[in-house]
Design a protein around this ligand. Structure first.
Ligand SMILES: Cc1cc2nc3c(=O)[nH]c(=O)nc-3n(C[C@H](O)[C@H](O)[C@H](O)COP(=O)(O)OP(=O)(O)OC[C@H]3O[C@@H](n4cnc5c(N)ncnc54)[C@H](O)[C@@H]3O)c2cc1C
Length: 369
């Protein structure tokens, strides 16, 4: 596809890859960013659906919001806020006990922490970062193989379809399945990154994950008897959280839209029965009905939705942190950085910090790139 040597390839346009790519580009390193998905965002994606009667419905079906405690992340987020890419979501959040069918006192932390959302969608941040000057973004382009050319001291990237995608002096990869047998279980192909290429990579072998189902719902009228726009559930085997999409800043409020999240245990049970492959329509429809039923049984007078669709996040949350100190996995010899929430903490803040750390490793080698 390209014969000239571009400087750095970043694989993955989730928040860690996007932050890393934009930081490198701002430091004068040209970046080519690849993602197998249709658009940027990863687990901060926004889903566009059309109802049977032709209405456009947008849902943040991955992370509904994020919080920040780290000062470095706060300064990055404050800059995004000044550009209008994020805003504070000032709604009320409550906890609901599914055993007593009553609201319980919200935990202190949940009440106090400022909740940020991308505007007008969670993917807005990644979208903006992927299109910053110096970042050349390519979507619908999954990487099937990272090949190290020892004599040239370069990386060669090969697409999932076998296409040669160019040579790069440095590489950043931001997906936890990149060197995992899970990649083979899902795609039927060998993992793109060979763990034996660098001793540091051994930590990447089969990172444990927690799955989750998200159920997107749209209603004709507001759920006026639900006294909060964000709910966390206790004593439910099926539901963990629910959020009102249409109450977030910058969203259309023409229809009331909610996203429900399943518990990890429920998602594990379903995947245990249906397998790791892409879930069938029947499985998603059964999951959707069960999650909706649990929501209806809260006794909060929830009407029937006019739209519902379930989505499976097979690798929603990493169950471990593999690089707490360095915040990314780094092979200086091969100029290879691996970043993502699985390095630090299973949330947007951890992913941002990891993306910044990966960029700073490569920036440190700027003279050799
Ligand atoms: C349902 C759900 C709820 C959540 N709730 C919250 C929350 O309330 N607060 C919070 O802070 N966080 C939450 N999170 C977690 C948060 O979304 C993640 O921690 C964060 O988005 C991870 O970013 P990342 O860049 O590390 O990975 P990802 O977003 O997963 O990005 C990886 C990218 O790599 C791409 N990719 C993978 N393999 C390849 C390949 N071979 N070739 C090319 N591209 C590839 C993928 O398409 C993807 O875009 C939630 C996540 C989910 C799923």
């Amino acid at each position: 596809m390209q014969n000239t040597v571009a400087k750095v390839a970043v694989v993955g346009s989730g928040i860690s890859g996007s932050v890393c790519a934009a930081t490198l580009a701002r430091n004068g390193i040209s970046v080519t960013l690849f993602d197998s998905a249709r658009g940027p965002g990863g687990r901060m994606s926004q889903r566009r659906e059309i109802s049977e009667d032709g209405r456009e419905l947008l849902f943040d079906h991955g992370a509904p919001y994020f919080t920040v405690t780290n000062p470095d992340v706060l300064s990055v987020v404050t800059e995004w806020e000044s550009r209008g890419l994020v805003a504070e979501w000032k709604s009320n959040f409550r906890s609901f006990d599914c055993f007593t069918n009553k609201f319980v006192n919200t935990e202190h932390q949940e009440r106090e922490s400022k909740k940020y959302v991308g505007v007008p969608g969670m993917n807005s941040i990644c979208k903006a970062l992927c299109h910053e000057p110096g970042v050349d973004s390519k979507f619908n382009m999954g990487i099937g193989k990272f090949e190290w050319l020892e004599h040239e001291n370069l990386w060669s990237l090969i697409g999932l379809d076998g296409q040669h995608l160019g040579h790069f002096k440095g590489v950043v990869a931001s997906d936890k399945n990149i060197a995992s047998p899970r990649f083979t279980a899902i795609t039927g192909q060998p993992p793109p990154l060979d763990l034996s290429l660098a001793p540091e990579l051994v930590k990447l072998h089969d990172i444990p994950i927690y799955p989750c189902f998200a159920l997107m719902l749209a209603f004709n009228e507001p759920l006026s008897l639900v006294p909060a726009k964000g709910l966390s559930f206790t004593n439910s085997k099926v539901l963990s959280r629910a959020h009102c999409e249409s109450s977030k800043p910058g969203r259309s409020s023409t229809s009331e839209r909610w996203v429900l999240h399943s518990t990890t245990e429920y998602a594990k049970d379903v995947i245990g029965q249906s397998g790791l492959e892409k879930p069938s329509k029947e499985t998603l429809s059964k999951v959707g009905n069960e999650m909706l039923q649990e929501f209806l049984s809260t006794g909060l007078s929830i009407p029937q939705p006019f739209f519902m669709k379930a989505h499976r996040w097979g690798s929603a949350f990493p169950a471990t942190s593999i690089a707490k100190e360095e915040k990314c996995v780094w092979s200086e010899k091969k100029k290879l950085a691996i970043c993502g929430d699985f390095c630090l903490s299973p949330n947007v803040e951890g992913a941002i910090l990891s993306g910044l750390a990966a960029a700073s490793k490569l920036k440190g080698l700027i003279s050799t790139l």
